[in-house]
Design a protein around this ligand. Structure first.
Ligand code: HMG
Length: 300
């Protein structure tokens, strides 16, 4: 194994989009500042989607404007269509992410169109991003299972991954939206995605619904993955996937990688501070074994 993993912190977007508490742009900025202080370089700052669909992400323009440009730091934002891209560009985004599903039913519930239609919607986004020099990332959700369709054919996941790569995504996060995956399946999927687009373009994105995330990440690392999505404090879930729990907690990932001698550039103590800050803002403790172990007083 090489000795460095890039963590993509998705707490301010994937995490907060599914919390009952709606945090103000100011609080979201304060959370992101703490994540920056912990050393995280890539922090997904929000999304430009319909506020009727996901009200938690309203004000992402204010978040981006409040953060401004920071050398060496990336604040990607999710965009579902051209309108979202235009708003992201106007707010100063330097990177956007498009998101397609590997399951038709999930695509309909999540973005109200078929998988093929979503790829067509992303085409002008990709064209505009290229013209504006904006980096484009991609997600394939339901990669290891769908809340509506159950099992998802890996060939379908690979096909969507390839379509996103062909659109110009520099990296595609193979995403277990409902956290049903187990290590052998995760590793096999990563291998198939890597065969299709190259391992350097594959990231992994696990939700911890069944407690499998760390094992899945470990298995993916063994297949050569070096980009891992995670959310401080194990925030979130997915509004269109009932029962989906939060992303794997960033502090749990950092602890595991530290123990493996793999560099992340993240200061664990400062990361715990960030997780505590956002957990207090939403009114609960972080969902993280490492937080519980290292800061037991919070649970006394
Ligand atoms: C895609 C749409 C907009 C289609 O929604 P629609 O209803 O089919 O489209 P529409 O064009 O008829 O627009 C509906 C309303 O949204 C407005 N609208 C249209 N576009 C935008 C925009 N960009 N920003 C702000 N507003 C927008 C539009 O103006 C209109 O407003 P109204 O006339 O009703 O007042 C809607 O379905 C939507 O916003 N969906 C977002 C859902 C979402 O964010 N889901 C969570 C993402 S998480 C995920 O996918 C998984 C991932 C990535 O995390 C990986 C994993 O964990 O597995």
């Amino acid at each position: 194994m090489t000795d460095r993993v890039r963590i993509v912190e998705v707490g301010p977007r994937d995490g907060l989009q599914n919390e009952a508490a709606h945090l103000s742009p100011e609080t979201r900025i304060a959370f992101i500042e703490r994540l920056l202080a912990a050393g995280l370089e890539t922090i997904e700052a929000g999304s430009f989607v319909s506020p009727k669909w996901v009200p938690q992400m309203a004000g992402t323009d204010a978040v981006l404007r409040g953060l401004g440009a920071r050398p060496g730091r990336n604040f990607p934002v999710l965009v579902p269509n051209e309108r979202g891209f235009d708003a992201a560009l106007a707010a100063g985004a330097g990177e956007v992410a498009v998101f397609a599903a590997a399951s038709e039913a999930f695509s309909q519930r999540n973005i109200n169109c078929s998988i093929a239609e979503s790829i067509e919607r992303f085409r002008p986004v990709a064209d505009k991003a290229r013209a504006a020099g904006i980096r484009l990332r991609g997600y394939v959700s339901c990669a290891l299972g769908c809340p509506y369709e159950g099992e998802v054919d890996p060939a379908r996941v690979v096909a969507v991954t390839v379509a996103l790569r062909e659109l110009g995504c520099y990296e595609i996060a193979v995403s277990d939206t409902i956290g049903v995956g187990t290590p052998d399946r995760a590793a096999s999927l990563v291998e198939r995605a890597a065969d299709a687009i190259g391992i350097e373009h594959v990231a992994v994105h696990f939700h911890d619904t069944y407690g499998q995330s760390l094992a899945n990440i470990y298995a993916s690392l063994q297949k050569g993955v070096r980009v891992v999505d995670a959310a401080a404090g194990g925030l979130g879930g997915c509004p269109y996937a009932a029962g989906a729990s939060g992303n794997v907690a960033t502090e749990d990932v950092v602890y595991m990688l530290n123990g493996m001698g793999i560099e992340t550039g993240v200061d664990l103590e400062k990361l715990l501070d960030a997780a505590e800050f956002v957990a207090a803002a939403i009114g609960r403790n972080p969902v993280s074994r490492v937080h519980r172990a290292l800061r037991p007083a919070a649970y006394a």
